[in-house]
Design a protein around this ligand. Sequence first.
Ligand SMILES: Nc1ncnc2c1ncn2[C@@H]1O[C@H](COP(=O)(O)OP(=O)(O)OP(=O)(O)O)[C@@H](O)[C@H]1O
Ligand SMILES: [Mg+2]
Length: 257
Amino acid sequence: MLLAIKNLSIHVSTHIEKKVIVDDVSFNVGEKRVVALVGGSGSGKTTIGLSILGLLSPELRVTKGAIFFKKRNLRSLPEGAMRILRGKEIGMVFQEPLNAFNPVFRIGNQIDEVLQYHLDLSSKQRKARVLELLDIVGMKEPKIMAKAYPHQLSGGMRQRAMIAQAIAGNPSLLIADEPTSNLDVTLQARIMDLFKELKDKINLSVLLITHDLGVVQHLADDVVVMKEGQVVESGMTESILTKPGHEYTKKLMEAIN
Ligand SMILES: Nc1ncnc2c1ncn2[C@@H]1O[C@H](COP(=O)(O)OP(=O)(O)OP(=O)(O)O)[C@@H](O)[C@H]1O
Ligand SMILES: [Mg+2]
């Protein structure tokens, strides 16, 4: 198993409140699987994604459970090792693609930074690799795109560039938080196809965080349905969507039909 989340609980504690936001959650992500984490707003999806990467904000704390990635419990990994793991073994795409790129640097240079940090390549090799990555994510003119600044790209192209950056260090797992939510329907479909392709092209597993069961239906092999911090059901997408065992899943499905 590539990723195994076991009985994970996360609490928030501020001067205003103390509460459980992830409650005894368990699920797995296998090799070359796309696993969707679905559920309504505030159900704890993003929090789980951030906890895997060790990026929870200070008021949030993992209080119970384990996060096994390639059999190592990430909870006991020191920060230095986590820093290497992020980007190299686990890639990430956050919700806001415009914010994730620095507006004053060219796209190609920002992807190159990841290569410099994580891989031992000559500058010539890195240049070639940047173009290769832009090509992998379906950009037609990699050379021109590499030279562009973030604001010069369309939303769909920027999202592709983000994915190129996220896979630059050759991760085996990509965590993608609402990767298509800002895109129109046609672009959404293209990005979904891209994820499917990457699975085979670069042996990537994806933990796809979304509230959109339409996306799940098209893309995910497995699905984990969350409600208010708890898993209500999980299993293969086909069986969950054809025979939802829980009222909440049925409700989510009504929203797409
Ligand atoms: N830093 C924080 N301080 C206080 N509460 C927080 C913090 N981060 C998250 N929460 C709370 O934890 C719960 C889960 O939040 P989370 O962002 O994980 O939900 P989500 O499923 O990703 O929702 P969405 O679909 O809206 O992105 C929410 O009730 C949220 O308000
Ligand atoms: Mg979220």
